[in-house]
Design a protein around this ligand. Sequence first.
Ligand code: ADP
Ligand code: MG
Length: 515
Amino acid sequence: MALPLRALIVEDSEDDAVLLVRELKRGGFDVEHMRVDSSATMNVALDRRCWDIVISDYSMPGFSGAEALKILRARTSEVPFIYVSGTLGEDTAVAALKSGAQDYLVKGKLGRLVPAIERELRDVETRRERQRLETQIHQLRRFEAIGRLAGGIAHDFNNLIGAILGFAELGQEELADDHPTRKRLQKICEQAKRAGALTHQLLAFARRQVIQPRNLDINTVIKETISLLGRLIGEHIRIEPVLSDDLAPAWADGTQVEQVIMNLCLNARDAMPQGGRITIRTRNFVIRPGDAVPQIYYRAGNYVLVTIADTGIGMNQETLEHIFEPFFTTKEVGKGTGLGLPTVYGIVKQHGGIVDVESKLGVGTEFRVYLPIGSGAPEASEKKTEPVVTRGSETILVAEDNDGLRELAKEVLESLGYHVLLAATGDEALEIFAPGHKSIDLALLDIIMPETGGPAALEKMLAIKPSLRAIFMTGYTAEMEAERLMGEMGVPILRKPYSSQELAQSVRSVLDEAR
Ligand code: ADP
Ligand code: MG
């Protein structure tokens, strides 16, 4: 198969140019060329298209190879420049190479032309590849740094927001239905919930979300997400699922995958104000060691590939370079948060997957999400039926180092009839538990506390009382930690900030399970 080659030939003699082109075609290139012999025509040619190579005579009437090289290098350092000249002394040759040309050949001996060009094209490819990798490494490092910062802040924020939300909720309940201050407290709750949602997106980006992966049928998740999207996406946009019917299950958290698909589809919607089509495809995909995959952080293995393509406005290079950064948005104030794609990035990476994008201005954009496959049959998605009755009279030990949250949990649980014991650290919890364990039915433990954290405290408590029920509370967690805790210890996790309702329900359902 002939290799396409776009050659710009700087040459005053048409005959010599024809000779060059013939030599290139003989060498197996499918040549598209243009001949120029002045700075004006050279500039026009460079404006008009991209060139793979510039082949230039050394001296011409009214123009010179040196000038041509200068014009080219002023624009790009990427395109190789080769001299082909009738008269080229050794000194001029050396000077030519020093000034940024890649090679020089003599007109009578064109045998070296094709190998020289092949070598240059390979070099260009290698340089591009290296640059691409360097850019990615640089981006990964930056993301790690931002992620650590965001994760750290979000942890403390979650506690603060949790306390604000909880006290506002309690305050509401204490007021008569028609009390004017109720509305104010309602607003505080709404705003606190929004702040909580933001911190969760940051945590997702920082890969500190609590994820609960299992064998998941991605096609089902997609169908469910599409039905949710109906209300958010207008009639002017058609969603077209093209789902593989032998798709392997992915090892993934359904809620998180739903969020990924949702964010990508909403962006696609925003990119098609005049309407268009979103195509969602699924298929099995194998990455072998050494495969050219568009992201460096991949592992060879079996994946479920989900592509989401739109027919929207597309993105330019500049935008593409920043889309996964938190708070990067091209949308008007109030329309974009710039957290959609960072969330996608964090979720996919936390799953051990890859996310990649390809976009053409005016044509559309395609996002590709690779999720590692699971093993075994997909589990049916469990739709939790929320218990209606949340009151109880059991005894609950709450260990939480944040004063506001600790007091709040006490107030909420006591208002529901429970008997509550409080501890500010894991050690304190153990001091209370050891003598009182007979009457304690449930331990509600913060995962991260000074000295003894929740998991370590629980292990000691279980040694005393194996039938103890427990719930961990956390705003964030290291990736493996959460899976280990839930997998090995079988302890459910209550995500901060939680509402009073969520606290009440998870306490009740864990206690009921015990029976
Ligand atoms: P937001 O949607 O709040 O702006 P995102 O992180 O979801 O934040 O997206 C960041 C930016 O990426 C968008 O502002 C937009 O410029 C660009 N973008 C994302 N998806 C698409 C798409 N499908 N088509 C065109 N541009 C997109
Ligand atoms: Mg978005």
